[in-house]
Design a protein around this ligand. Structure first.
Ligand SMILES: Nc1ncnc2c1ncn2[C@@H]1O[C@H](COP(=O)(O)OP(=O)(O)OP(=O)(O)O)[C@@H](O)[C@H]1O
Length: 307
């Protein structure tokens, strides 16, 4: 399987309700998600990310387009395509009287997982809920509920795991635990698709990223290639304090930072770092230390979703 998921011409228009007009949330999305990847789906608020994910999960009926999950067309083989995907939703609603163990058993029943193939205890251990296995869900903290949602998404051992904002509002310990789990599942071959508003997290976790805006795909690319699109780097120099600067190659912008460091931003497509260093050295500017800063995903994201 080369692509875990293929989406062609996906459209979704929410019907008008009363005075609320119809809303075209997805305007023809094409997307191919490689099997085995950790794939980030990014976009500003209202871009259509949840609509897309809910379409994959079968929670939203698409208006048009074709969705193929693990080789199964969603409309032709709904059962197989549903079995290949597990979704951890954003909302934390759950039955207050079900224990984590009972929730997982019910979920496994819904997916038709035979008793002999269930892995409830392993799942509870995986998400760190062994001690709470028999507690009422209403007594679980927000973080524990989130972990239970992750376990629920995994009961039928899907090939593809979709995480909708898995770390929104969770503390750093839980966030790390979630990412450890995600990496472990991915190492075992599971394809991971996630949405997040934390771009640093996407930069660290994702092999490939798609950005959507106003219901349209803006870009889909490897994380490294996407970062390389931003033609801006910064050379940060410790000159031992503020000194007079020579004129620098056109396109370079020097600036003194509050900590006394000299930051020169420049387009690497036009200027090489050694040209800047030569110009400084030639003018007798001391270079006690030097570091290079790359643009981050945040900058690329803002540029690509502007307007
Ligand atoms: N059930 C619905 N009925 C009508 N309109 C909807 C419905 N769900 C979403 N929308 C609209 O569709 C658009 C896309 O919403 P969606 O929730 O998919 O965006 P999102 O990218 O997930 O946003 P966020 O980052 O805020 O979660 C928005 O304009 C939203 O108001």
């Amino acid at each position: 399987m080369s692509n875990a998921l293929e989406i062609l011409g996906l459209r979704k228009t929410y019907a008008a309700q009363g005075r609320v007009p119809a809303k075209e949330a997805l305007k023809g999305i094409d997307l191919a998600i490689p099997a085995g990847s950790i794939f980030g789906l990014l976009g500003p608020n209202g871009a259509g990310k949840s609509t897309l994910i809910n379409t994959l999960a079968g929670l939203v009926n698409k208006t048009a387009g074709k969705v193929t999950i693990w080789g199964f067309d969603q409309d032709v083989n709904p059962r197989q395509s549903r079995a290949a995907i597990g979704v951890m939703p954003q909302e934390l609603n759950m039955d207050p009287y079900f224990s984590p163990r009972a929730s997982l058993e019910v979920q496994a029943g819904l997916y038709g997982v035979p008793k002999s193939e269930r892995w409830t205890d392993e799942l509870l251990a995986l998400v760190g809920l062994t001690d709470q296995a028999n507690a009422y869900a209403r007594n679980l903290s927000g973080g524990m509920r989130r972990r239970l949602l992750l376990a629920k998404a995994l009961v039928h051992r899907p090939q593809i795991l979709v995480l909708d904002e898995p770390t929104a509002g969770v503390d750093i310990t839980l966030r790390e635990m979630l990412w450890q789990n995600v990496r472990r599942l991915n190492d075992d071959g599971m394809t991971i698709i996630l949405t997040t508003h934390y771009l640093e997290e996407a930069e660290q976790m994702c092999d490939e990223i798609a950005i959507i805006n106003h219901g349209q795909l803006v870009v889909q690319e490897g994380t490294r290639e996407l970062l390389a699109r931003a033609d801006g780097k910064t050379l940060v120099i410790d000159a031992g304090g503020r000194v007079a600067l020579p004129s620098l190659p056109a396109g370079a912008h020097p600036e003194w930072r509050p900590d006394g460091q000299l930051a020169i931003s420049y387009p690497p497509s036009l200027i090489r770092a050694d040209q800047l260093l030569d110009a400084l050295r030639g003018a007798g500017v001391p270079i006690l230390d030097v570091a290079s800063e790359q643009p981050d995903l945040e900058e690329v994201f803002v540029t690509m979703t502007r307007g």
